[in-house]
Design a protein around this ligand. Structure first.
Ligand SMILES: Nc1nc2c(ncn2[C@@H]2O[C@H](COP(=O)(O)OP(=O)(O)OP(=O)(O)O)[C@@H](O)[C@H]2O)c(=O)[nH]1
Ligand SMILES: [Mg+2]
Length: 559
């Protein structure tokens, strides 16, 4: 930035007060340029702010030992928003809610390359004697993904994150500095999957089989369709059997290393296969060479996953604050010549030394990150049922509320706080529609966020303001939840709520609540209380009773 032309009318930046060098360098930089007419940088106003959200430049954590990691999170791309005073209330509300929420993304990560080892030789006296004194290169930095409760969205600017390279070694046994790690901060509840390259394989057996198939497929023509059919069946069977799981023993306190998980050559893998069952030619007896593979017709289907999709392997589930995974390790630094100094005998020849001095590249991986929100209770309902109104009535969250469907487009979390300090995290899920379990109306993306909730709150518009029948709405919700995944969502503890009671007469209220109650009992829901009538967006009736019931529903699972 300093070498380039830059015109800034007002520059605000925040920096950690303990990083004094940054303060002074900016101030002197500004002064120098003001005295110089040919300056490239014009700063008319320079402001310090202690509020990170109100700045043009975000200055990362001070670099104390030269090794502090680079933190990548949504804050690193924050920009100033100092014209907020002129915004209307609605715009403000919209702005607050419509921050860019990303719950699924892909990122390529690469560890830093190591530094070169030095080949330096120290001349001893006048004789032509030399002593090797080259230092080792530093190791490249690694890329780490860390679950941080302060993050809300999977947002960062780079599609390819590369950790810093290690420095080169020098003479006099000066070893290079290790590259800085990059820490990608993600919200809690992120599932990390590694997307394998077309030539990468998760397990050894599959790799061997694939090689075999490729070899035979190039050998010639045959009409042995039965064999092909068998091969295909075998592949399908194998694919079902190979459901890679994260092994608990791979996890360590505070985190775990990914690299062990995706080592395709690791023969100690947990996945046990019965050789008899999965023997390549489908025979019970592996020794019996009944088929000749020399003339298979054409290359069999090489893709083990649907067309265009590459194999994905789940390598971590970062569901606890502070849990982390090293997704790309940095390359090792080159070995300096000094390693041979204490050895007896002649030095290795120069070409061998330079081989040693070469650093290694860091690991590279393509990752898919998917956020599954961790909330205690999920608010489920059709559009306009009043989910956001309820969340804003019982918590400090301020979702956008309006009388049209699909006002809420992204899940939003709010905390219901009780007088004794107990807190319940509630997630407002965007409205579901019929067919959501098949993906209609982004249904899959929304239902995914319910997977980790401890309890569900079904909310219906009892006044039928949109002309829908609340009982039918309830049935739609039950259908969609039972059809999603393995239908497990219906077995959660739940509360059933009829909203907009203020618009109904006394008899109508009783009738609606009675019908909903009947339907809930009929469906076998694990209800914590009877159906509750509330008015979340108008009078606030029934909310006190509801918050107690919510606490009751989630507290058994919570310490
Ligand atoms: N009269 C009355 N209106 C309500 C009540 N609760 C919500 N509303 C109104 O219903 C409309 C929809 O409310 P929202 O909270 O946005 O509904 P939602 O379920 O979040 O809707 P989506 O985000 O579109 O799924 C708004 O106009 C609210 O003012 C209530 O208790 N009584
Ligand atoms: Mg809403």
């Amino acid at each position: 930035m300093f070498g380039r032309r830059l015109l800034v009318s007002e520059l605000r930046f925040w920096c950690d007060p303990s990083w004094r060098r940054f303060h002074s360098s900016i101030v002197s930089f500004n002064n120098n340029n003001n005295n110089n007419n040919n300056n490239n940088v014009v700063i008319s106003q320079l402001k310090y702010s202690h509020d990170p959200s109100n700045c043009s430049l975000f200055c990362p954590v001070p670099q104390t030992m030269g090794k502090s990691p680079v933190h990548l999170s949504k804050r690193s791309s924050s920009s100033s928003s100092n014209s907020s005073s002129s915004k209307s209330k609605n715009q403000k509300q919209r702005g607050r809610q419509s921050y860019r929420f990303i719950d699924q993304t892909r990122v390529r990560v690469s560890g830093g390359v190591g530094g070169n080892g030095s080949l330096s030789m120290y001349k001893i006296g006048r004789k032509h004697k030399k002593r090797p004194d080259g230092g080792h290169g530093g190791n490249g930095g690694s890329v780490v993904i860390l679950a941080d409760p302060n993050e809300q969205s999977l947002k960062w600017t780079q599609p390819h994150v590369i950790a810093n390279a290690g420095s080169h070694g020098g003479n006099q046994e000066k070893h290079g500095r290790n590259g800085r790690n990059v820490i990608l901060r993600v919200p809690c509840g992120v599932v990390v999957r590694r997307v394998l390259e077309p030539d990468e394989y998760w397990d050894f057996e599959k790799q061997q089989a694939q090689k075999l198939v490729q070899t035979y497929s190039t050998s010639g023509d045959t009409d042995d369709d039965a064999l092909n059919e068998e091969l295909r069946a075998w592949q399908e069977e194998r694919d079902d059997a190979i459901k890679p799981q994260i092994n608990d023993s791979d996890r360590r306190a505070g985190g775990y290393l990914a690299s062990n998980d995706y080592d395709s050559d690791d023969e100690d893998d947990d996945l046990d296969f019965n050789d008899d069952t999965y023997y390549f030619d489908g025979n019970d007896d592996p020794d019996e060479d009944e088929y000749s593979y020399e003339h298979l017709p054409q290359a069999p289907d090489l893709s083990f996953t649907p067309w265009g999709e590459r194999e994905k392997v789940e390598i971590a589930d970062l569901n606890e604050p502070g849990s982390f995974i090293v997704v790309a390790r940095g390359g090792r630094g080159g070995v300096g010549s000094s390693i041979f100094a204490s050895r007896h005998g002649p030095l290795p020849p120069p070409h061998v030394l330079s081989q040693y001095a070469k650093p290694r590249n860091g690991e590279t991986a393509m990752l898919e990150l998917e956020l599954k929100m961790i909330a205690d209770i999920g608010l489920v309902g059709l559009p306009n049922a009043g989910k956001s109104s309820l969340l804003s009535a019982v918590s400090r969250a301020s979702p956008y509320i309006a009388p049209y469907p699909f006002t809420t487009l992204n899940p939003l979390v709010g905390y219901i706080e009780y007088q004794d300090g107990f807190r319940v995290c509630a997630a407002d899920i965007p409205g579901l529609i019929a067919g959501a379990s098949e993906g209609r109306g982004r249904g899959h993306q929304f239902l995914r966020h319910l997977e980790r909730t401890k309890a569900l709150l079904y909310i219906m518009d009892a006044a039928a303001m949109d002309g829908r029948d609340p009982i039918e709405d309830f049935q739609t919700l039950l259908n969609e939840l039972s059809a999603y995944g393995n239908g497990d969502l219906l077995n959660r503890k739940c509360l059933v709520v009829a909203n907009k009671m203020d618009l109904l007469l006394k008899e109508e209220r009783e009738e609606i609540i009675g019908l909903l109650q009947e339907k809930a009992v009929e469906s076998g829901l694990l209800m914590k209380t009877n159906v509750l009538g509330i008015s979340a967006g108008a009078t606030g009736e029934g909310l006190a009773q509801l918050t107690k019931a919510i606490r009751n529903a989630v507290s058994q699972n919570k310490q």
